[in-house]
Design a protein around this ligand. Structure first.
Ligand code: SF4
Length: 244
């Protein structure tokens, strides 16, 4: 892991926010900011090993097929799996979702995670991860998007980009959560997460498009595919994406 230059995190966040200005609007359109904590957790489970379009198709189908969470909990697992079939591993995820709903009903008397809104973030993270199939990434997604807590989710895109930037070194994705949590100021967690995610998804792919990379100057990756472009040209190239 390198020593960050002064303002590096702020500058990367600024460049990515200007390159991908549409991300927050897209996330709002997907409904991720307005989910209840329970809906956010279900959406996070559906997103595992699945792209966002199929995640949202599965989530919307689940809500359309069943009147409420109690109906999901009471249904045959195969019926839930059928409803969420756009997601991968539908039968496994259906069982895990039902186990969460049934546990909440049995132990709390109501199927909700709204009580987490007033709990401290470390407690929320531990509690969510006691459910089978819920790891630190899914728990962090619920904290960040539905509870508004500055917790850094590390998915495959965020992991790849921050590793190439030299921010996390040669560590596991699980360990990367705590390392990035130390590096990123709370006010930058949400915008930087969204920027790193979109950058990893579109530009810093396994074979990266370095010729249009706005954060090239901060990158240590030895496999860069092109020299650094002018920063403002790279930002403008991406910012036009929504209009193309
Ligand atoms: S220079 Fe290339 S490898 Fe480095 S962050 Fe940019 S796209 Fe990724």
């Amino acid at each position: 892991m390198k020593s960050l230059v002064p303002d590096e995190v702020h500058n990367v966040a600024d460049r990515l926010a200007r390159a991908y200005p549409y991300i927050k609007r897209r996330k709002e359109g997907e409904g991720v900011f307005s989910d209840t904590p329970l809906a956010g957790l279900v959406r996070a489970i559906l997103s595992q090993n699945t792209n966002d379009r199929n995640r949202d198709a599965a989530f919307n189908a689940l809500r359309a097929h069943f009147s409420d969470w109690a109906a999901v909990a009471a249904a045959p697992t195969e019926a839930v799996a059928e409803a969420i079939h756009p997601t991968n591993y539908a039968i496994t995820k259906a069982g895990r979702i039902q186990a969460i709903l049934r546990e909440l009903q049995a132990e709390r008397g109501e199927i909700t995670l709204d009580f987490l809104r007033t709990r401290p973030t470390p407690e929320v993270l531990v509690y969510l991860q006691h459910f089978p199939g819920v790891g630190v990434k899914s728990a962090s997604v619920v904290c960040l998007f539905t509870l508004g807590r500055p917790v850094v989710p590390v998915d495959t895109h965020v992991f790849r980009v921050t590793q190439r930037l030299g921010w996390i070194g040669d560590i596991t994705p699980e360990r990367a959560h705590s390392v990035l949590q130390e590096i990123i100021p709370p006010e930058l967690v949400l915008p930087l997460h969204m920027g790193l995610w979109e950058h990893g998804r579109l530009t810093c792919r396994p074979v990266p498009h370095c010729a249009v990379c706005p954060i090239h100057a901060y990158c240590l990756f030895p496999g860069k595919t092109a020299p650094a472009p002018p920063v403002e040209e790279a930002i403008a190239y991406h910012a036009m994406r929504e209009a193309r």
